[in-house]
Design a protein around this ligand. Sequence first.
Ligand code: ZN
Length: 135
Amino acid sequence: MEKLEHIGIAVWSLAEAIPRYEQLLGTNCYKTEEVDSEKVRTAFFRQGETKIELLESTTPDGVIAQFIEKRGEGLHHIAFAVTDIRAEMEKKRAAGFQLLSSEPKTGADNKLVCFIHPMSAGGVLVELCADRPAD
Ligand code: ZN
């Protein structure tokens, strides 16, 4: 894995959270994006070499809504950049990590993503993400 790509934070409302994080980070949100496959709306902030991704559920039964109901708003996942996501998934699977999908999925920010179950990663939801190859 390469660098820490971003940190994902679950929030009830982007409208409320964006100005709060703009103040906190001292930087403006540069992009919002809806990811249909994950039923989330995301907002991105650049923070030095890495990014902060705020996640708001677009449905009451989405994974982010469920997460917040159970644990409250807060740290949701950490994402690492990888170059070859399939190779990295295979490596992680072989090492005993439980992947949440057998194939890479389309994530925000034009990335291919795959999540590792927190049960196999010390309680932390880990995202692998790679730039989508130009087609
Ligand atoms: Zn993410």
